[in-house]
Design a protein around this ligand. Structure first.
Ligand SMILES: CCCCCCCCCC/C=C/CC(=O)SCCNC(=O)CCNC(=O)[C@H](O)C(C)(C)COP(=O)(O)OP(=O)(O)OC[C@H]1O[C@@H](n2cnc3c(N)ncnc32)[C@H](O)[C@@H]1OP(=O)(O)O
Length: 281
């Protein structure tokens, strides 16, 4: 459940209608507490918040809007009780047109860059599983609070995909070189407790209410600090990585296109999709 806001009149909800979504309501909902200046961004693409081209475009637009609104902090979360984000929409990879695949990958790069380089403080409230691109979203935030009994990790190699350099660096920056190397190569999925142990998340919470409380506590630590000094320091720490990604982005896209258009990859993907369905039987 989302944190209750004392005065509902303070709650401003930005809503956008998006085409081609199976979710009810907008793909991304933003609730702004005008007293604290904290925005809760709720990823809302049912059933598992998988990242389609349009969904990522919406996340990017939302962050742009929040930058303009001069918010004091952002909490990124999901309305699901089981899944934070299931990563890239695997259907985007099934025999895609090259143009769309290029756009998908460009949007994934931009989603990472936009969230990684926000001027305001960010917390991922990971209230469910966060494989692959779900872990990527969490890694872009400054602070991660994870509910117990879920899993998180960059499991791309398990799916026949290579982890791109910019994402490897973000993982390295978070858990250190040795843990990142082994985790990326093996495609390890960590339980919430294991993730805490290696520093992939910063705190655990018993439930979403507790996680929200802890997220606000993190954001409160900046309450009396100059937003300018804070964000300038963050961007000095992070901008080079964003610029590096942008410089190499066309090569990155070419590599992904080659990887995904390959017939062996497509055969593996078909088997993977079948295994997702079989798990339900
Ligand atoms: C473009 C190619 C890139 C090449 C280079 C790679 C570079 C890597 C950098 C970062 C990029 C990452 C790539 C990815 O993110 S790939 C996606 C990886 N994600 C997964 O493999 C997650 C798979 N899903 C699960 O494990 C589980 O669904 C779950 C998240 C643990 C949730 O389990 P739960 O039991 O609650 O739900 P179901 O499994 O029943 O799922 C409900 C329905 O949702 C469908 N589903 C699940 N995940 C995805 C997904 N990622 N994309 C699209 N659809 C998904 C699932 O099939 C069910 O559908 P159904 O009801 O129709 O059967």
């Amino acid at each position: 459940m989302l944190r209750k806001i004392a005065n509902p009149a303070r709650l401003l909800t930005f809503q956008r209608t998006m085409a081609s979504t199976a979710s009810t309501g907008p793909l991304v909902r933003t609730e702004l507490d005008s007293q604290t200046g904290y925005a809760t961004v709720i990823l809302n693409r049912a059933p598992v918040n998988s990242l389609s081209l349009e969904f990522m475009a919406e996340i990017i637009k939302t962050v742009d809007e929040l930058e303009r609104s001069k918010i004091r902090g952002m909490i990124l979360t999901s309305p699901s009780s089981k899944v934070f984000c299931a990563g890239l929409d695997v259907l985007e990879m099934v025999n895609p047109s090259e143009d769309r695949l290029r756009s998908v990958w460009r949007n994934l790069q931009d989603t990472w860059a936009k969230l990684y380089g926000t001027s305001f403080p960010t917390v991922a409230l990971i209230n469910g599983h966060a494989p692959a691109g779900g872990c990527l979203l969490a890694l872009t935030c400054e602070y991660r609070i994870m509910c117990s009994n879920f899993s998180i990790g960059l499991n791309e190699t398990q799916l026949g995909l290579a982890v791109p350099p910019w994402l490897q660096k973000t993982m390295r920056n978070t858990v250190g070189s040795r843990e990142a190397e082994i985790a990326c190569i093996k495609g390890t999925m960590f339980s919430s407790e294991e993730a805490l142990k290696i520093g992939l998340v910063d705190e655990l919470a018993a439930d979403k209410g507790e996680a929200m409380h802890k997220a606000c506590n993190y954001l409160d630590t900046f309450k009396n600090m100059s937003p300018y000094a804070r964000s300038a320091t963050k961007l000095l720490l992070r901008n080079k990585k964003i610029e590096d990604m942008k410089r190499a982005r066309e090569d990155d896209i070419d590599r992904v296109v080659k990887n995904v258009m390959n017939s062996d990859f497509q055969a593996g993907l078909a088997a993977y999709l079948q295994s997702l369905k079989d798990r339900k039987k």
